[in-house]
Design a protein around this ligand. Structure first.
Ligand code: PXL
Length: 276
């Protein structure tokens, strides 16, 4: 069960997102976790101003060439926030060349939330992210990202028919699993839809009003860790949801901690969920 995961995302030094979340959560899941930082920012871009941004795109080919020479392959490639279209092309190269036979490509198209794109992205980026999601075995968008990827009108309130149409449009083919997060049909609950080849499952759980930054990255990392432990996509979606809810509950009420979720003190709960 000991597997080697490669995750390519930025390092936001402060802000509990992307690699500073993925590395500890994947390590806690028991996986050897190889990181490839796509950029280094002083903080994430959602709420902080004046952040620094060191683009590492030009380093990526050299890293890929070295790993090729060393014959290093991975049991999954999991991508999150990517800083540019050039990086998307380089990620596609990793997916094509550095994965073991049958190893999944898992893509969180981290680029938007609450109906809007994050500040550095535009329509051209969305078009290119669609090329990456189309190649993936599993994709983990929220509803906003799903709408951008499919050119669907974003709605705050919707019904099951809207969600079914959205995931059908989104799925690249009958083999791809779509894990759609933040699907809420009522005030008190939210949930996650897992869709593959015409079959839709829904895990409904408690909604905590306080939306925290970085929950998408906690969710996706916890999903990947569970999936690599041999759980099904639906079981992994449930484990990731339960863990993310615990993280938000732990964070809630601390106004000074607006920039991320306190996921570390509840990592023990995640490990226990994996053991069940
Ligand atoms: O959580 C997604 C994310 C990752 N990395 C950076 C971000 C964001 C969201 O805003 O700004 C740099």
């Amino acid at each position: 069960m000991y597997k080697k995961v490669l995750t390519i995302q930025d390092i936001s030094c402060v802000g509990q997102c992307s690699l500073t979340v993925a590395l500890p959560i994947l390590s806690a899941s028991g996986m050897e976790t190889v990181i490839l930082p796509s950029a280094i920012l002083s903080t994430h871009t959602a709420g902080f101003t004046g952040f620094t941004f060191r683009d590492l795109t030009d380093d990526i080919d050299g890293i890929a060439d070295h790993w090729a020479k060393e014959n290093i392959f991975f049991d999954t490639l999991y991508t999150g926030y990517l800083g540019s279209i050039a990086q998307i092309d380089k990620v596609i190269r990793f997916a094509d060349t550095r994965l073991n036979e049958g190893a999944p490509l898992i893509v969180d198209p981290a680029m938007a939330d609450n109906g809007v794109l994050y500040s550095i992205f535009d329509d051209e980026f969305v078009k290119n992210m669609k090329r990456l999601t189309d190649k993936a075995d599993i994709i983990l968008p929220n509803i906003t990202e799903a709408c951008f990827l499919t050119g669907t009108e974003y709605k705050e309130t919707y019904d099951e028919a809207y969600i079914l149409t959205l995931v059908k449009k989104l799925a690249a083919d009958d083999e791809q699993t779509v894990v759609l997060t933040g699907v809420s049909y009522g005030k008190e609950t939210t949930g996650v839809v897992v869709y593959k080849n015409g079959k839709l499952d829904y895990y409904e759980h408690e909604k905590i009003e306080k939306g925290c930054h970085g929950t998408g990255d906690v969710y996706a990392s916890a999903f990947v860790g569970a999936y690599m432990n041999g759980k099904t996509a639906f079981e992994s979606a449930k484990i990731a949801a339960d863990y993310t809810v615990s993280c938000i509950k732990y964070t809630q009420g601390d106004e000074t901690h607006w920039y991320g979720v306190k996921f570390e003190p509840v990592l023990g709960e995640y490990i226990n969920l994996l053991k069940k």
